[in-house]
Design a protein around this ligand. Structure first.
Ligand SMILES: [Zn+2]
Length: 185
């Protein structure tokens, strides 16, 4: 698989007007913004398991569905979805068996060194306040991580009244979802 395969497929996709089945507008039909992990096993499974069609929700992703700072790019995306795109419900979805659980940061740093990043460069970053342990450590329990991310959104100084924020965990094998924390209906 390479970029060329994607481009070849794309040409045919457009020629065949396959896009017609996916037409929708920019506003999420279900007024939701979903924040989840970049996990490739969830690429289609998450949508199928929750009955989400094209156009139903704004989707924001990062490694681990992790928010630890109130003004990171994820939170900004969520706020844009709320203020500009009429989303009134935010759902954080972590998953079991996540690559960001129990990340071995020392092993990660070693991989960086092995790939040609110099020790000096790592040190320079640390001196300038980039704490790689803090940036990459991930989490131990996915439920706790989802709760943390959810709380940062709920308590955000720029989140308006009336926005529900929920936290879920999904099984990447079966698609089964468990509720970690739920705002009142
Ligand atoms: Zn993950």
């Amino acid at each position: 698989m390479s970029l060329q395969d994607l481009l070849d497929f794309n040409q045919k996709f457009v020629e065949d007007k396959s896009y017609e089945a996916y037409r929708t507008d920019v506003y999420p039909n279900k007024k939701m913004v979903i924040f989840t992990c970049m996990e490739s096993r969830l690429l289609e499974l998450l949508h199928r398991a929750l009955n989400l069609e094209n156009g139903d929700a704004k989707i924001v992703k990062n490694a681990g569905a992790i928010i630890r700072k109130p003004f990171d790019s994820i939170v900004k995306s969520i706020l844009v979805a709320v203020y500009n795109l009429k989303a009134d419900e935010v759902i954080v979805i972590g998953h079991h068996d996540c690559g960001m659980s129990n990340v071995d940061v020392d092993a990660l740093k070693q991989r960086m060194l092995d790939r040609g990043i110099s020790e000096e460069r790592l040190n320079t970053l640390e001196y300038s306040g980039i704490d790689l342990d803090e940036e990459f450590h991930g989490f131990t329990e996915v439920e706790n991580s989802v709760t943390q991310s959810t709380e940062i959104i709920r308590n955000h100084p720029l989140l308006p009244e009336g926005i529900k924020v929920h936290g879920l965990v999904i099984d990447p094998h079966t698609g089964k979802v468990d509720v970690v924390t739920r705002d009142g209906e």
